[in-house]
Ligand binder design. Structure first.
Ligand code: KIV
Length: 294
């Protein structure tokens, strides 16, 4: 007899194919780093893609404010609101719960929701944590250090984000590689160490020369570097899901590989493409410094 209670739309089975995996936690990520296993992260913004990414073996799901561009059609992430981030974080977390998923969920604090004061940051972070995130991410160094310390002291794991920080694209003068000259590299290093000392346990490095991100990774023993356009020397990698699946009409940035058309993996589904991404990050075949980095 057919199950008339089953949803006809976007079916999610009750258990993920990787449900044998223990829930991803900070200690588990530390263990992976200690044994030299790369950490994989993808963005996801809804229940189905989050569940599929989890089933493909992705350890960390970032509910990124890149959803401003890929879901909302905005020109940048600057227009994304906290309420939108709460909605998408809840959707992702529900999707994972439906399949008994085990991925670590990171909620992105959007522009203007942590800039005013540490207290404002705590209020905003609480919204995403109550939506089900395990960690929040915020952009920038220097002034953010005390905010990170304030959140971490209050039990909120924090992922920092340095290099190309899209929320400040206007101040940076465009989407450009950061830390290329000695002064820029020294500032980035100084900010990264301060963020680790403040308690940040993850650090996204975006569009940073691979030599710099590799050196930072070696220096930051307690903070896992996650690269995007930062070469293959980081502790992990992240890509925007739509880009690595080729769901766009333009030219992908240099640091992206389209895993849907990647001939080597021969995948025929989104889940297989995501699994190919996981395998390529783990065996070191993605990213290729000469091709995807500076
Ligand atoms: O918002 C986002 O998706 C991000 C990643 C590009 C790292 O911050």
């Amino acid at each position: 007899m057919s199950n008339t209670n089953a949803s006809p739309y976007g079916t999610l089975p009750p258990a993920s194919p990787v449900s044998a995996r223990k829930p991803i936690s900070l200690p588990r990520l530390n263990e992976m780093r200690a044994r030299g296993e790369k950490i994989t992260m993808l963005t996801a913004y809804d229940a189905t893609f989050a569940a599929v990414a989890d089933a493909a073996g992705v350890e960390c799901i970032l509910v990124g404010d890149s959803l401003g561009m890929v879901c909302q059609g905005l020109a940048s992430t600057v227009g994304v609101t906290l309420d939108t981030m709460r909605y998408h974080t809840e959707s992702v977390v529900r999707g994972l719960q439906r399949v008994q998923g085990t991925a670590w969920v990171i909620g992105d604090l959007p522009f203007g929701t942590y800039h005013e004061s540490k207290e404002q940051a705590l209020r905003s972070a609480s919204v995403l944590m109550q939506a089900g995130a395990h960690m929040v991410k915020l952009e920038g160094g220097g002034w953010t250090t005390e905010t990170v310390r304030f959140l971490v002291e209050r039990g909120i794991p924090v992922c920092a984000h340095l290099g190309l920080t899209p929320q400040t694209v206007h101040a940076l003068g465009g989407y450009r590689v950061q830390g290329r000259d000695d002064a820029g590299a020294a500032q980035l290093r100084h900010e990264a160490i301060a963020l680790q000392d403040a308690g940040a346990t993850m650090l996204v490095l975006e569009m940073v020369p691979h030599a710099l991100s590799t050196a930072l990774t070696q220096e930051l023993a307690r903070c896992h570097t996650i690269g995007i356009g930062a070469g293959n020397g980081t502790a992990g990698q992240v890509l925007v899901m739509h880009d690595m699946l080729g769901i766009n009409l333009g030219k992908n940035p240099k640091f992206v590989r389209n895993f849907m058309i990647d001939q080597k993996s021969g995948q025929v589904s989104v889940q297989a493409a995501m699994a190919a991404y996981v395998a390529a990050v783990k065996d070191g075949s993605f990213p290729v410094n000469a091709e995807h980095a500076w």
